[in-house]
Design a binder for this molecule. Structure first.
Ligand code: SF4
Length: 526
């Protein structure tokens, strides 16, 4: 289980800091797009987003077009909280995109939810969803209109504005101009009234795959989202590739020479285990990492248990390789992190037990190997070790299926600040002492990379080794609140009538069904 359950300080006393109101590490987002005349595209996107919920749980949104109108509906919350049948039924069309958001640039506000939307100056409208993080956001923001303080503060909105603000060019021509201006990590799906577009940065940091439906095409962050809508995996969108899909078919253009630097942390934690990356299942990679870990860090023990759920495959691999039996010693309370009800003080004091509960009869008297995917701040593991001892464990040996996370990510994952990362200041023995384990070991970086079967130069592993493959600007020009910090908000277009924006909107009943549809709603909100 990823660390970060506690609040901001790794050193806080365990009993007051293990409040499971914060999850981490947090991914930047999930994106999904579909072009499929004759299909109920809004519902396809809904289910696609459902499969990508793990990539972003702050906000969800869908844009659809019926060839005349682009309709956007987005809201803070989980996919199932944001959408219901009546909303989806009021979003007709043949092309659609969707987005699940965790904020990595710009705060968690309705305005920053995606898809972002702009009128494209005489060429209809653009809706866009983005997974990743740009590194030259501040520079790009100066190129777009920033007058409207009600606007969004995300790198994604900057991209949408750049695409929309080229009246002499088609969207495809605008993309050919704009994509080379973007630095950093981006997997994009965007659309106008007729066409679905997709693009990936030249390093392919964040995943993006192409799938085929009987009557159309799908692009998605992960193959698991293709599976849920019955799409056949065709291939990954290549680093530096741009796709356009419409009635004229699928057009592909390589807008930049690929320089692959896929995110290593996708294998550790971010991607679903049933997703394929580079032709290999993430589950198989994680099991292999567990085997490597068992060879690199053996220990005498009675039972291997995973920290559910992300520690599961590596625990299986560790057990297989070591010959130590595998068992389920912790039960995850799956839905507790998905409520918006703030826990009362009494509940908060229960700390980690809100999320995990020990199975005492499995643990009592045992020397345990506890396999987890990563340690970020250390609060979770400290609480976990204490809980396992209270449940009767004789020894607790912690094994981590990633190397120590020492540096922050600037390409779309929000771990914590450098100062909050426990491995930034402490060595392994000091971390062991801090979390109270009998022993602690991490898999080596080379061991993890070998398990992925991807060549080391083709992976970003900056959070582990500090080697950032995409140049970073000065410290004050990067970070989640870079646009807020300079008082920049990307202009949200206003409608003289004060009504919903976008192409001409739904009329009558549809308008009532969609009380917060379109960018115009941003202007009406406080
Ligand atoms: S810094 Fe870490 S989390 Fe960020 S892209 Fe690189 S490997 Fe992935």
């Amino acid at each position: 289980m990823p660390d970060g359950l506690g609040p901001q300080h790794a050193d806080s006393p365990a009993d007051s800091s293990e409040i499971p109101d914060e999850q981490g590490p947090k991914d930047a987002c999930g994106v999904f797009g579909v072009w499929a005349p004759g299909e109920d595209v809004a519902k396809l996107v809904y289910y696609g987003l459902y499969a990508l919920q793990h990539r972003g749980q702050e906000a969800a949104g869908i844009a659809t077009s019926d060839g005349t109108n682009v309709t956007v509906y987005k809201e803070l919350g989980l996919v199932a909280q944001v959408f219901d049948e009546s909303i989806l039924n009021a979003m007709p069309g043949h092309v659609a995109i969707g987005h699940t958001r965790y904020s990595t640039t710009g705060g968690c506000t309705w305005e920053n939810a995606q898809p972002s939307f702009r009128h494209a100056k005489g060429r209809g409208s653009i809706a866009l969803g983005h997974n990743g993080n740009l590194t030259n956001t501040m520079e790009l923001a100066r190129l777009v209109d920033t007058r409207d303080a009600m606007g969004a503060t995300t790198d994604s909105d900057v991209i949408t504005s750049l695409l929309a603000d080229r009246p002499d060019l088609s969207i495809e021509e605008a993309a050919a101009e704009v994509l080379p201006m973007l630095q950093g990590a981006f997997s994009l799906t965007f659309m106008d009234e007729h066409t679905l577009y997709a693009a990936r940065d030249r390093h392919g940091v964040r995943p993006l795959v192409l799938g085929r439906l009987e009557r159309g095409w799908v692009v998605a962050s992960e193959t698991a989202a293709l599976d849920i809508v019955g799409a056949q995996m065709i291939r990954e969108v290549e680093p530096g590739e741009f796709l356009a899909i419409d009635a004229d078919g699928l057009r592909s253009r390589q807008w930049a020479q690929p320089e692959p630097k896929g995110c290593l942390f996708e294998y550790v934690y971010l991607a679903r285990p049933d997703t394929q990356i580079a032709g290999r299942g993430v589950h198989a990679t994680r099991v292999e990492v567990g085997r490597v870990l068992a060879r690199e860090a053996p220990v005498e023990a009675d039972l291997v248990i995973p920290v559910p759920e992300s520690g599961g495959p590596a625990a299986i691999g560790y057990a297989e390789e070591s010959g130590i039996p595998y068992g389920e010693g912790l039960v995850k309370n799956r839905y507790v992190g998905r409520t918006f009800i703030q826990p009362s003080q009494t509940i908060r004091q229960l700390g980690i037990r809100l999320k995990l509960n020990p199975v005492r009869e499995v643990l009592r008297g045992k020397r345990l190997v506890v396999v987890d995917d990563s340690i970020v701040r250390g609060n979770t593991q400290r609480a976990l070790v204490r809980m396992l001892r209270e449940a009767g464990a004789a020894e607790v040996h912690v094994r981590i299926s990633s190397p120590p996370v020492k540096e922050p990510c600037f390409y779309g994952i929000d771990f914590a600040t450098r100062a909050e990362l426990i491995a930034h200041g402490l060595d392994v023995e000091q971390i062991r002492e801090s979390i109270g384990a009998d022993s602690l070991a991490y898999v080596s970086l080379d061991g993890l990379i070998a398990a992925t079967t991807i060549a080391k130069p083709n992976l970003c592993r900056a959070c582990f080794d500090g080697v950032y493959p995409i140049p970073l600007p000065a410290e004050e020009q990067i970070g989640k609140h870079v646009l807020e910090s300079i008082g920049v908000s990307v202009m949200a277009e206003s409608d003289p009538t004060g009504q919903r924006l976008g192409s001409p909107g739904p009329s009558g009943d549809e308008e009532q069904l969609l009380p917060s549809v379109g960018a115009g709603d941003a202007l009406r909100r406080p």
